[in-house]
Design a protein around this ligand. Structure first.
Ligand code: UDP
Length: 234
């Protein structure tokens, strides 16, 4: 295995699977199986999930919601997704701890780095929900923050695309995928790996980001085995 401790970022939108809204149980179980495989192999796994399948503050604001409250709704959406993933993992016998960035026991325990580290060292999957706890941030930034805090070796950003391309491959058929790319090149080419706040946190704290397609079953293990899928930003 390439990495001993990972921060896995899952997008909320991917959880919709084929059904186009909410949480698709087939997709959820697929993720839980891939994660359980890693845990069995001894990898320490911390997870941050988005909430885009349920609510996004920015889209809400466009519909007339107050941004502050909309972002709080988005953060609560990430808690719902985290509980769903924990329940799928628990059903497979994989031990989980749901932590929340906003106090809401007994839904989850309030996140604190030492508690997360203890749980990771005990082989529990630590799902850190509620984003950063602050509006105007994203779950990518929460992933960068928590990844740095728990001293992850890498942030694995599971998406629906198989890496970072020179241009949008859906619009430009000549676009090619990078195997690796530097943070500086991401900036100079204006590539949208994550939002800039998240990218800058990773750069400044030397947390590499691996972008890969999590929706193809088996890919998570392939990334861990060092197979050349996805793009490593470092
Ligand atoms: N959010 C927030 N602060 C955070 C993280 C998330 O306010 O630290 C809110 C924000 O409204 C965001 C929503 O939660 O749109 C869901 O997160 P995100 O859009 O990152 O989810 P994803 O795109 O990964 O599904």
């Amino acid at each position: 295995m390439q990495y001993k401790r990972i921060l896995l970022k899952l997008s909320g939108e991917s959880l919709m699977g084929e059904q186009g809204h909410g949480i698709d149980s087939a997709r959820l179980n697929d993720y839980a199986e891939q994660i359980s495989e890693l845990v069995k192999a001894g990898v320490q796994v911390a997870i941050v999930i988005g909430g885009g399948n349920i609510f996004r503050g920015l889209s809400g604001a466009a519909q007339g919601f107050d941004r502050y409250k909309g972002d709080q709704m988005g953060m609560l959406a990430t808690v719902i997704n985290s509980l769903a993933l924990a329940s799928a993992l628990d059903a497979m016998g994989t031990r989980t701890r749901v932590m929340t960035s906003i106090r809401m026991e007994p839904v989850g325990e309030l996140y604190a780095q030492p508690k997360a580290l203890d749980a990771l060292n005990n082989g529990e999957v630590v799902i850190i929900s509620g984003g950063t706890g602050n509006p105007y941030f994203t779950t990518d930034t929460a992933s960068a923050l928590r990844g740095i805090e728990v001293k992850a070796d890498v942030m694995l950003k599971g998406t629906r695309v198989d890496g970072v391309y020179t241009a949008d491959p859906e619009k430009d058929p000549s676009a090619t995928r990078f195997d690796t790319i530097s943070f500086d090149e991401v900036y100079s080419r204006g590539l949208k790996v994550m939002d800039l706040t998240a990218t800058t946190m990773c750069k400044e704290n030397s947390l590499p980001i691996m972008v890969f397609n999590m929706d193809v079953k088996g890919n998570l293990m392939k990334v861990m085995n060092g197979e050349k899928i996805g793009t490593l930003v470092k």
